[in-house]
Ligand binder design. Structure first.
Ligand code: AMP
Length: 489
């Protein structure tokens, strides 16, 4: 298989852009997918993030579209020909930036639309005409309804991170968007896993696809040193700080399972003097992009993130990854630790396992097909006590309540548009996630040693809490309901 870009006969403007990026050879997904897309076949690709899959679809699509390239200022001469759909605004933004770089020496135009920000600038750009449109599904539907985006000349569709789009509950939106597109087109689907739902999606919308798999999600990078420490929830922060100090870590990703926990942990680490920022679905778009840029520039040491917020972000070679919470999905463990130890570098992945995490660790063992040894954490000094008043204040300031939706880090598409708010309410948290959501929210105040004994009357918010399963909204679609949507096709 050719691995050099020069074997591809890329058009000069694209070859120049690739050379400028400094790529020496193709990554495996590029080597496999680019010739197939150039040949006009549909693709079902299993590729993890960071494998170079954006160039794997963007370069051949740009090459195929060059025949339409023109310098006309008329919008009619620049209809949308390629549509790239992604689950989150960060991913959309990141992919759009890469597409711009690959196409910079062509006259093909590209734009990105996602929720959470004003529609007007996006509308102006769309009205001028763009050949490549990168979008999240909710905001794209709003532009379609407002007649800002016309998709009847689309020749290429990319469903990127398709598994995550289904997880979030975007299937109905995807179905609607796809119904606006010409049947005659090339469709590329990329997903970390080929679950039965993904296979159904592919069989509904892809024609005789070529299947390409480059990195299975149950493969751990061999260069990552992994530790699982048995600690109580109260000890996690102290353990994190100690390991950062002992190992002299300059930067790390810290993964948590909920938006609520993410914001709270970042706040408390910051209070304790660590240069920390949080990345989760409730941050404004601007804040999230700034957080990312600051981390990439080395201005921030710890980036506390939820899985959805971090998925696919172009941040590699982080010296260490902490799983402050054991992930609900074993595959997320592999995604998380894949952030470190890349490209032959050694990396460190530390997971804090509290007594209630046994089942989740069991899931990781099954996926990795090996036994996980829990290590005891040896603390160097006395753990600091939480400051009672600070804890109380933080609790009140945040106005946080134990809402099951806090656990789902769905992208907050267009907080400015009522229909998107409605759609967000419909988005489906996975049932097993909701179980965790009902647990009492943690806070430094409640974590410190003078906690009320278990026999005391529980606080009002716990006493009134119903079991998680009974709090599932009728609007939340379980996996089975998602499958049923395909049947009604
Ligand atoms: P992606 O998986 O598309 O998000 O790409 C991850 C990162 O790999 C991006 O920073 C790309 O710029 C980079 N990249 C893509 N293709 C190559 C290549 N052939 N050689 C080196 N880096 C690449």
């Amino acid at each position: 298989m050719p691995t050099s870009f020069s074997n591809l006969s890329l058009a000069e403007p694209l070859a120049r852009a690739v050379a400028e990026m400094g790529y020496e050879s193709m990554t495996p997904i590029q080597a496999q997918a680019i010739p197939v897309v150039l040949a006009g076949r549909d693709v079902m690709g299993a590729a993890q993030t960071g494998t170079g899959k954006t160039a794997a679809f963007a370069l051949p699509l740009l090459q195929r579209m060059l025949k339409h390239e023109n310098a006309s200022t008329s919008p009619a001469r620049h209809p949308v020909r390629a549509l790239v759909l992604l689950p989150t605004r960060e991913l959309a933004d990141q992919v759009a930036q890469q597409v711009k770089l690959y196409g910079k020496y062509t006259n093909l135009r590209s734009a990105v639309v996602f929720g959470g920000i004003d529609m007007k600038p996006q509308t102006l750009e769309l009205k001028k005409g763009v050949e490549v449109l990168v979008a999240t599904p909710g905001r794209l539907l709003d532009h379609i309804e407002a007649k800002n985006a016309v998709l009847n000349q689309v020749e290429y569709v990319v469903l990127d991170e398709a598994d995550r789009m289904l997880d979030i509950g975007f299937l109905p939106d995807l179905q609607r968007i796809l119904s606006f597109l010409p049947k005659q087109r090339i469709t590329l689907l990329f997903s970390a896993t080929f679950s039965p739902e993904i296979k159904r999606l592919a069989s509904s919308y892809l024609q005789d696809p070529v299947t390409i798999e480059v990195a299975r999600p149950n493969q751990e990078a061999s260069t990552v040193e992994q530790h699982f420490y048995s600690v109580s929830d109260d000890e996690k922060r102290h353990a994190l700080k100690q390991i950062v100090r002992q190992r002299g870590l300059k930067q790390a990703f810290v993964f948590v399972n909920s938006k609520l926990g993410c914001a709270r942990l970042a706040r408390s680490l910051e209070r304790e003097g660590m240069n920390t920022t949080a990345l989760h679905g409730d941050k404004s778009q601007d804040e999230r992009l700034k957080a990312l840029a600051a981390f990439k520039a080395g201005e921030v040491d710890l980036l506390v993130a939820t899985d959805v917020a971090a998925r696919g972000l172009d941040i590699k070679d982080v010296p260490a990854v902490f799983n402050f919470d054991v992930p609900f999905n074993a595959e997320d463990y592999v995604h998380r630790i894949g952030r470190t130890g890349r490209a032959g570098q050694s990396g460190l992945a530390v997971t804090f396992v509290s007594p209630s995490d046994t089942r989740l660790v069991g899931d990781i063992e099954k996926l990795l097909k090996r036994k996980i040894e829990l290590e005891a954490m040896e603390f160097e000094e006395d753990k600091p006590r939480g400051r009672i008043n600070d804890g109380r204040r933080a609790w009140r300031e945040a106005g946080e309540v134990g809402d099951p939706r806090d656990v789902l880090d769905a992208p907050r598409e267009a907080l400015d548009a009522p229909r998107e708010r409605e759609r967000e309410r419909e988005r489906a948290p996975r049932p097993q996630r909701e179980y965790r959501a009902a647990a009492a929210p943690r806070d430094p105040f409640f974590d410190q040693p003078y906690e009320a004994p278990a026999s005391e009357t529980p606080p009002a918010w716990e006493a009134g809490a119903k079991p998680a399963t009974s709090r599932v909204s009728a609007n939340i679609k379980t996996k089975r309901k998602v499958a049923a949507l395909f049947k009604s096709e």
